[in-house]
Design a protein around this ligand. Structure first.
Ligand SMILES: Nc1ncnc2c1ncn2[C@@H]1O[C@H](COP(=O)(O)OP(=O)(O)O)[C@@H](O)[C@H]1O
Ligand SMILES: [Mg+2]
Length: 452
């Protein structure tokens, strides 16, 4: 039978290998990539049903076609219930077999394509919406990749608006828990007397007003990730219960006596220095060490100003699209203003400012006057080079900033005329053009027209 089928399939152009027992087949399956299995139910050794089970353990999506004698149709039906793709009763015609094989392979191809699509989709929503070219952001991306597949607790540290929640979500999306819930809790916004019941749930009658039992967020997130935002604001007593969840993976509902087991990964975020909280006796030292296994520091925007043009461009696109507008253009003089501001509210402040400008812009050009006064009037720390170096910028970053500023002001002086600007900078027009592309400086439409 093996030899006959091999000949038939090879004549059709398929590559094929044979095995005479289930054990042998599974061994082959683990060594190489196959697209389809033809499986007899009556075999020496572990037999067909057991083999089917093991095949699916090795490769859950491989189609398995059962070949069986008429007498054992019953078991073939059973096999399809157990996940076999199809079955053929012996004796069968060659065409019948070839048709089933073709269908099975088609299904396999579709499935692989779907998996691929899902994977890229996941990468897009999780990585590509974290914008950052700066070296410290690149380190953040590397860290995300490294920690995502693990279960370890993560602490994300950064000022408000630096993207802590975005990073937490990226880690979740890239983890094996991606299909399970991501639950965010901001302990800073929940009254402390309600926090424990939010996190751990409560039993009926646990306190006045607890008329019904309620599940806590840890239970809701079972199998997934809990994001504890502003972890530094969690009251001291609640910290002890949190520590217990991390260590024992179990807790009790408020007022309850039953231990509830959960499997959650904890990602915590803070915008304050937790160590200082420990020194001042506001934060438990043991919890601090538990949370601080891996720390991801997020730099404030003012220390990675080179990312401002990228981010600005990203948000202009997003909000032009969201508001159903034609794609707006950031004027060079606008970019200059954005680069000079210090952004105490970090990326969130930049995002809001750009959303507002896109909405308010009368035409499709984003000009400086569309920004609030505090953005326009900033002192600008661009010239505080030592400060920037201490903040983690490198000489290369600073030189790039300097280059950008000079180019922007040349463009401003020449009303966006690239040829004239190149002349001012004593560059060839083509060199300037390359630099504009590299620095992601986009020239407004009006200016492009006037340069023609
Ligand atoms: N690197 C980034 N790229 C794109 N958007 C960002 C980035 N960092 C932050 N944002 C956006 O800024 C806003 C604030 O981010 P968030 O993660 O809530 O910050 P945090 O939790 O640190 O206060 C969100 O709308 C987020 O999408
Ligand atoms: Mg936040």
């Amino acid at each position: 039978m093996c030899d006959v089928l091999t000949k038939l399939l090879q004549d059709e152009g398929y590559r094929c290998q044979t095995a005479r027992t289930g054990e042998e087949g599974i061994e082959k399956l683990c060594q190489e990539f196959f697209d389809l299995v033809l499986l007899d139910l009556m075999m020496p050794g572990i037999g067909g049903m057991k083999t089917l089970e093991k095949i699916h353990k090795a490769d859950a999506s491989i189609p398995v076609v059962i070949l069986t004698a008429y007498a054992s149709i019953e078991s073939a039906v059973q096999a399809t219930r157990a996940g076999a793709f199809d079955f053929l009763a012996k004796p069968f015609k060659n065409e019948e077999l070839l048709l089933v094989v073709k269908n099975g392979l088609q299904k396999r191809a579709l499935q692989l394509e779907n998996e691929q699509l899902r994977r890229t989709l996941r990468e897009q929503t999780s990585f590509e919406n974290i914008v950052g070219k700066n070296e410290r952001m690149q380190q953040v991306f590397d860290l995300i990749m490294q920690v995502a597949p693990r279960r370890s607790t993560i602490l994300i540290q950064g000022e408000s608006g630096t993207g802590k929640e975005l990073v937490a979500k990226a880690i979740h999306h890239r983890s094996p828990r991606a299909d399970r819930p991501f639950v965010a809790v901001n302990s800073g916004t929940i009254p402390s007397e309600l926090l424990e019941s939010e996190l751990f749930g409560h039993v009926k009658g646990a306190f006045t007003g607890a008329t019904n039992a309620k599940k806590g967020l840890f239970e809701v997130a079972d199998g997934g990730t809990v994001f504890l935002d502003e972890v530094g604001t969690i009251p001291f007593e609640t910290q002890a219960r949190l520590l217990r969840v991390i260590q024992e993976r179990e807790f009790r509902r408020v007022g309850g006596i039953e231990n509830i087991k959960v499997d959650v990964r904890i990602i915590a975020a803070t915008n304050s220095d937790l160590r200082k909280g420990v020194e001042e006796g506001r934060f438990r030292e043991d919890l601090y060490y538990r949370l601080n296994v891996i720390t991801i520091p997020l730099p404030p925007l003012r220390e990675r100003k080179m990312d401002i043009p990228l981010l600005a461009d990203f948000f202009v696109r997003r909000y032009s699209r969201e508001n159903g507008r034609e794609l707006c253009t950031l004027m060079p003089e606008t970019l200059k203003v954005l680069l000079e501001h210090d952004w105490p509210g970090n990326v969130r402040e930049l995002e809001n400012a750009i959303e507002r400008a896109v909405v308010l812009a009368p035409g499709n050009q984003i000009t400086p006057d569309l920004f609030p006064r505090e953005v326009l009037e900033s002192e600008g720390s661009m010239h505080d080079h030592w400060g920037l170096l201490q903040g983690g910028a490198s000489l290369k970053d600073l030189v790039a900033d300097f280059e950008r500023n000079l180019i922007l002001s040349a463009l401003e002086k020449t009303d966006g005329n690239q040829k004239k600007a190149a002349h001012l900078l004593r560059l060839k027009a083509t060199t300037l053009n390359e630099k504009l592309k590299r620095l992601k400086i986009r020239i407004g439409k009006r200016n492009e027209d006037s340069s023609k």
